[in-house]
Structures are given as structure tokens and as C-alpha cells.
Design a protein around this ligand. Structure first.
Ligand code: MN
Length: 242
């Protein structure tokens, strides 16, 4: 069994969602052999030197415990936590994945992504994305003192909450078709848009599925479970506590 989750947006300000995730990691996830977290595990990540923050330390310890118990945890960057680096991966016992990532299993082929790289219609966002993903920008950012990075992260969260936005940008259809073609018509699993749905694409006459993961809330999370034959959605609720 392989599980996929995305967009947990963990933060000290969402204790319910954090508890739900920690329970999931200690319970349901232990029945799987691998867990793929497809970005935005954290609402914000200001650098691996912040691992000693008490909230972050709790999450790292829980990941480490699950990993030590035999769960292979893979993590992809989202647009909120793209500063997660090798020190975090080593402390948490997880593996960082590139975006996109081709997951080729004996039974089926998947391609995993956070999803934001295909939201090309949001040109303002894509401009910011291109800038903050350069090593120059990241080196400069990580050299700033932590309090300043916290302020900057808070400002970005405030700005994204208050941005005048007609609708949450969705994936660009033509770019998505090209992407699916480039990835040999593998089943695409992604998050980011917070619009959980299973889409059918016909690319070059081939039927390709695109599964969009839901984001997590105080009382509800979601995972996709692959048992070697079928992919299905599972709701994660507080009452499912082991
Ligand atoms: Mn995102």
C-alpha cells in the first residue's frame, strides 16, 4: 500500500490539523510501506535552521518515528515550504523528491507534482515562483536572521490571504496535456489547487487520469491509497484515531 497526501499547511495556528496529521502518521500511515507528501506540508518554512522551533521539532520527531518504524516517507516541495532542505530531510528521516517525479511501479506509472508549475495562467505567481526558486535568491534569504525571515513569511501569508483574486488559478489545459505527453501518459497526482477531483484527459487519443488531492483542515484530511490495483480516496477524520 502506498499513500499520497498534500497541502497539510501545518502551523501552530492550526492545532486540529496538526493533531490529525500526527495521528495519521502514527496510525493509518503505518499500514502502508510508503508515504508521498506532495508539497505544502508546512504553511511556511523559513529554513532548516528553524528545526529547533518547538512546533517544527514535534513534526520532525513524528516523521522520524514513522520512518524509523519502516515507513518510507518522500517529500516534495510546495510553494509554501520550498526552503525545506537536506538538514530537514536528514533529521526527519525522509527523502526529498524533485518536482515533477516519475513514480514507476511494477503495476502502474504515476507522475507526482505539487501542481503549481502548471498553473501558468497566474502570471504574477509564476514570476514570483521563478525568482524564489533560484539559488541566488535562496542563499540571500537564508542568510537573513530568523526573525526577519519570520516577518517576511508572515507578510507573504497576509498578502496571499488578501490578494484580490478572481478565482484560485487552476492548471493550464494545454500545458497539462503537454506535461502528460512528456510523462508517457502516466496517472498524474497533484495538490496545490485545493480542488479535489478526478479529471479525465484524452491526450493523443489516450485516456489519462489526473487526481487532485484535497487540502487538510482541522476536522478533515484526505489521502489517496494505491493498493497495487486501484487508487481510491480515503477521508481522514479525528474519530479514526487508532
Ligand atoms: Mn500549494
Amino acid at each position: 500500500m502506498i499513500l499520497f497526501i498534500s497541502d497539510l499547511h501545518l502551523s501552530p495556528r492550526s492545532p486540529g490539523a496538526t493533531a490529525l496529521f500526527l495521528d495519521f502518521l502514527a496510525g493509518r500511515a503505518r499500514q502502508a510501506r510508503a508515504l508521498y507528501i506532495l508539497g505544502d506540508l508546512f504553511e511556511a518554512w523559513i529554513g532548516d535552521d528553524d528545526i529547533d522551533d518547538p512546533f517544527n521539532a514535534r513534526i520532525v520527531a513524528a516523521l522520524r518515528q514513522a520512518s524509523d518504524a519502516g515507513l518510507a516517507i518522500h517529500l516534495m516541495h510546495g510553494n509554501r515550504d520550498f526552503l525545506i532542505g537536506p538538514a530537514f530531510a536528514a533529521a526527519a528521516g525522509i527523502r526529498l523528491l524533485p518536482d515533477p517525479y516519475d513514480l514507476t511501479l511494477p503495476e502502474w506509472s504515476f507522475v507526482l507534482s505539487h501542481g503549481d508549475l502548471l498553473c501558468l495562467d497566474d502570471t504574477a505567481y509564476q514570476a514570483v515562483r521563478a525568482r524564489v526558486r533560484t539559488s541566488e535568491w535562496q542563499t540571500r534569504m537564508l542568510a537573513r536572521p530568523r526573525f526577519l525571515r519570520r516577518l517576511i513569511a508572515r507578510y507573504f501569508r497576509w498578502r496571499s490571504r488578501n490578494a484580490p483574486r478572481v478565482a484560485y488559478a487552476d492548471l493550464n489545459p494545454a500545458a497539462t496535456d503537454d506535461f502528460l505527453r512528456d510523462h508517457a501518459y502516466a496517472t498524474l497526482i497533484h495538490g496545490h489547487t485545493h480542488h479535489p477531483e478526478t479529471h479525465d484527459h484524452i491526450v493523443d487519443g489516450i485516456h489519462v487520469e489526473r487526481w487532485v488531492l484535497a487540502d487538510w483542515h482541522e476536522d478533515r484530511g484526505e489521502c489517496l491509497a494505491w493498493d497495487g490495483e486501484t487508487l481510491r480516496r480515503e477521508i481522514v477524520r479525528p474519530e479514526n484515531r487508532p
